[in-house]
Design a protein around this ligand. Structure first.
Ligand SMILES: [Ca+2]
Ligand SMILES: [Ca+2]
Length: 104
């Protein structure tokens, strides 16, 4: 689980993911009441790693996900989910890079 502020309202939100054959990340957006709205995002591959970072330096937390196209695949992609005025949306994918694992 990682923390961030995914809708820039000053309240801490959470994102959870699993590296066990899972293609989802779950956002827990904190409401005024202290309870959470849960948003499930389906990713085009299996999550290998996930980071919360301000990737585009606009002061808003973004989510960067490293995915594999299939289990144990060397075909990895880095997906960036920047925060828009509507928060982190599945339509906010803007960068997709194909990376190749280098073996020594
Ligand atoms: Ca928030
Ligand atoms: Ca940002």
């Amino acid at each position: 689980m990682l923390t961030g502020d995914f809708n820039s309202d000053g309240k801490t939100d959470f994102v959870t993911y699993s590296t066990e054959l899972d293609t989802r990340m779950c956002l827990y957006i904190q409401k005024d009441s202290g309870s959470f709205d849960i948003q499930i995002k389906y990713l085009p591959g299996y999550v290998q790693a996930l980071k919360v970072v301000d990737n585009n330096h606009d002061g808003k937390d973004d989510i960067v996900v490293d995915i594999a196209s299939n289990w144990a695949s060397n075909n990895r992609r880095i997906l960036v989910y920047p925060q828009s005025n509507n928060g982190i949306t599945s339509q906010s994918l803007t960068q997709e890079l194909t990376v190749r694992q280098v073996r020594e």
